[in-house]
Design a protein around this ligand. Structure first.
Ligand code: NG1
Ligand code: MG
Length: 512
């Protein structure tokens, strides 16, 4: 069994190191105290515990987690705090959960009942913040019922949520909320959950909201360790490796900059995110068919994925022991030579697979909402394989260097820039504002700049030498924020750009 999610009795275990002198920053402590006080005035008691899960920034490895290739994210300092009091409830009808948000204007409070049997209903059509809690609830209940059998009865809960991960901002506010919710529900039912089980629950849970998500965000939120990047393997099963960022000359920082273009995945998924997942799945089955390979659908992933195809074709050709990079090159060649069309219609795909259009729709287009007439199989698959190669190079550079000199920093930056080019041109998940932010930042001295997260808006990440941070942030202010938002407030500007240090993953804070 993997480690349990830590239970800590002081904020230092979670946030220390974030401030100067390795202390808990004053604003973080104040925010926490405010949540506890608001809880008391709302419900008339102190909370029993606070469940905390952070957002994440992805350093490299975009849109490849759902094809089961490795990615390299890190948790950020902004997070979801969920203060909870357990309410024992003897009713046989189901137990009550009261949930409210500190930002009540935007996120209205709600009362809901946990059914004593059956599943929790989630109304995917009406997108609400509570859906993410319900998603966590659905997965957690299923897990607890399986463990405890029929005797399991959930406890009631009073909950107050405070999140400071910008919503729709590419830092995975959704995963932070799902993970904090599932962890809170486990704790409210006296269950000490392992990180691995929480991850499995949360990946599946977030899909209940209607997005065909991979596992990177939840993994980064749960497993991250302060000061390290998290190298996530998804194939053949999940494992995580904490990768330190070596000392560098000049000193290195990761800057996160918002585009303030909101891309709400739960709404746009059918034409953006889900469509990309489907395109990768279709590329996999078409490649397999054209290479005469039979793939087993894989329950742990999304059915059929490119990493599985790589494994099977390498096995078939007796090349499984070849270096990973050589294997990637072979698959890239196969993609270029066999997926010749610019785009494939349902009919094209049906013909290749030797099934009807109705069958294609049933098997590949009905699990999650998707809207498209044709599918760019070659381009999407190429991005995935080339990006998988860049991730390995990035990680290897970090783990094999005692110190990062100028040449290595330039190389890491170049890998990130290539990712951005690929996201813009081949995967088509960037947007003009993100492209612009990246050019401004590189001109002002960043080694590398790219979108982070799903894209189509949201957030960017920049590899910047310490001595260029001011030049980069000044240029972004002048050439992007002030231009696009002439009346932008100081507060908003502060939120727009943050220097991020890798932070701690999920924890339960008890008695602080
Ligand atoms: P965002 O939209 O930034 O939370 C999404 C997926 C990830 C990954 C990235 C792209 C969810 C919950 N997250 O991140 O799994 O695929 O896009 O690399 O769908
Ligand atoms: Mg998300």
């Amino acid at each position: 069994m993997s480690d349990l999610v830590p239970k800590v009795d002081s904020l230092e275990h979670v946030y220390a190191g974030a401030g100067e002198g390795h202390t808990v920053p004053g604003n973080v402590q104040n925010r926490f105290n405010k949540v506890v006080r608001s809880f008391e005035s709302r419900y008339g008691h102190k909370p029993d515990f606070v469940s905390r899960s952070p957002g994440r920034v992805n350093i490299i490895g975009e849109h490849i987690d759902y094809s089961l290739y490795n990615v390299l994210p890190a948790a950020v300092l902004v997070d979801v705090l969920m203060a909870v009091r357990v309410v024992k409830d003897a009713s046989t009808e189901g137990v009550l959960v009261k949930i409210a948000n500190m930002n009540s204007e935007k996120y209205a409070p709600k009362e809901l009942t946990i059914p004593s049997s059956g599943t929790v209903e989630i109304d995917k059509k009406h997108h609400s913040w509570v859906n993410y809690f319900l998603a966590g609830l659905q997965g957690s209940l299923e897990y607890l019922r399986k463990k405890d059998g029929k005797i399991f009865r959930a406890n009631g809960m009073e909950i107050l949520v405070d999140g400071n991960v910008p919503a729709g901002g590419g830092l995975s506010s959704s995963a932070a909320l799902v993970c904090a919710s599932a962890l809170a529900i486990m704790a409210a039912n006296n269950y000490d959950i392992s990180k691995q089980d929480l991850l499995d629950i949360c990946i599946v849970s977030e899909r209940a909201v209607g997005v065909f998500s991979g596992g990177m965000d939840q993994a980064a939120s749960i497993f991250s360790k302060r000061g390290y990047l998290l190298y996530c393997h998804f194939f053949p099963t999940f494992s995580a490796e904490h990768v330190p960022v070596p000392a560098s000359d000049p000193e290195l920082t990761f800057l996160i900059a918002q585009s303030f273009v909101t891309s709400d995945k739960a709404v746009t998924a059918p034409i953006h995110y889900n469509l990309r997942v489907v395109e990768c799945t279709l590329a996999t089955v078409v490649l397999a068919k054209l290479h005469d390979i039979v793939l087993d659908p894989d329950d742990s992933s999304l059915g059929f994925c490119l990493r599985n195809f790589q494994e099977e074709i390498m096995k078939k050709q007796g090349r499984r022991d070849e270096p990973f990079g050589t294997q990637l090159d072979a698959i890239i060649k196969a993609i270029k030579t066999t997926l010749e069309k610019e785009s494939y219609t349902r009919k094209d795909i049906a013909e290749i697979l030797g099934i009807s259009v109705a069958e294609v729709e049933k098997q590949y287009l009905s699990k999650f909402p998707v809207r498209a007439e044709s599918f760019k199989l070659r381009q999407r698959a190429l991005h995935v394989l080339e990006e998988a190669g860049r991730v390995v190079k990035f990680r290897d550079t970090l783990t094999t260097s005692a110190k990062l000199d100028q040449e290595k920093l330039l190389y890491l930056g170049e890998l990130m820039n290539k990712t951005q080019d690929s996201c813009r041109d081949i995967y088509e998940c960037s947007c003009p504002e993100i492209d612009e932010i990246c050019s401004i930042s590189r001109r002002a001295g960043a080694y590398g700049a790219r979108l982070t997260g799903a894209g189509w808006g949201g957030c960017t990440v920049h590899l910047v030498p310490q001595n260029k941070v001011t030049a980069v942030t000044d240029a972004l202010k002048k050439e992007y924020y002030f231009k696009k938002f002439p009346n932008i407030s100081e507060e908003k500007l502060e939120e727009a750009m943050v220097l991020s240090k890798p932070s701690q993953g999920s924890s339960l804070i008890v008695g602080s």
